[in-house]
Design a protein around this ligand. Sequence first.
Ligand code: ATP
Ligand code: MG
Ligand code: MG
Length: 397
Amino acid sequence: MDPRTIGILGGGQLGRMLLEAANNRNINVAILDKKASPAKQINATNPGVDGSFADAQAIRKLASQCDVLTVEIEHVDTYVLEELEKESLSQSKKLKIQPSWQAIRTIQDKHLQKMLLLEGGIDVARSMAVPTASEKELRIVESNLRYPFMLKARTGAYDGRGNYAVMSDKDVQPALDALKNRPLYAEEWVNFTMELAVMVVKTWDEADSSSWASSTISYPTVETVHEDSICKLVYAPARGISNEMNQRAQQLARKAIASFKGKGIFGVEMFLLEDNRILVNEIAPRPHNSGHYTIESCRLSQYDTHLSAILDRPIPAKATELLRPTIMLNILGGEDPKSFLRLANAADSAGAKVHLYGKGDATKGRKMGHLTVLGNTMEEAEQDIEPLIRLADEIRD
Ligand code: ATP
Ligand code: MG
Ligand code: MG
């Protein structure tokens, strides 16, 4: 369908599902990650590069085999991506990097990301930098934001590993210990009524606010449920919100993404407040856990439209419509390294669509797979998934 080779930095589950979408279209993909990472396991057509997506030399090696470079994780070396883009432009080479290294670099630092969103007129929780990790510094934070507040690692965070809820004085030292040696910032506590998320596909290269409306396409607004800061469930569409609210969240997500340069899929996590205001929590410059449901429930999944966007193929507006009410449940590791398979088996027998990521044995809380339940109505999907949620809770305890 397209003779170009796509290079993916990272071979985790998002890379694996991106590869599944590419395989359906005979698109050649090379992956940079450890040997036998989830995505590499299913890519017999291209050996890719064994190594780390944070290693400049390995990224250069991958780039030499590809026409378009993209990411499935934001924690990559963006300095080499910047060099590669400059070399490509000066030598009239064809290599494209999507989304842009600028977008990835800003998003990597959650505090910088928030500053950029504020500049773009997007509401976010009040936050402040924590230049030195000390008790004295956290007293200053407390006098500004009050307890409770969330102490967060600026970089390298995922699945809540990098967040510490500081409820009172007694949490100050444990928080500093838990996040020691990491650059930090602090955020006011948000009493949200619901967490929302929207996947946005960007089809325009430049951060051009005048054209954001025509260069961004959104998927519907979904509801995400987190437990211990890790995503557990996704309801598509978000339950109990008006159509107006659903549209408003999509509009906000599209506007937020317009501030970033580059093409491809982005995830936008949001907090819905009691007074119906919406704050953006954070952005991911890649496919996102809250968009897995699109595989079964939209004409084109978040992985399909990411490929279309970075290859400059058209994406009809209909492609991102939700066709059926859907619930996604993450399959997380329990204490026993194999207990997650009980959930996968039960889901499979119950007619849920099971996706396992090929990660071998589990550790507690690790994302090992996910399952998707479709309903004629949301109530039907809720009824069908209820025993699976109970089993998931049993496995995690
Ligand atoms: P991800 O896996 O989504 O990248 P992450 O490690 O970057 O996660 P965040 O998105 O910052 O972490 O936070 C994870 C969860 O913690 C949020 O979805 C929310 O449930 C809760 N949370 C984060 N920030 C706040 C806040 N300021 N106030 C209240 N709860 C918060
Ligand atoms: Mg994050
Ligand atoms: Mg998050």
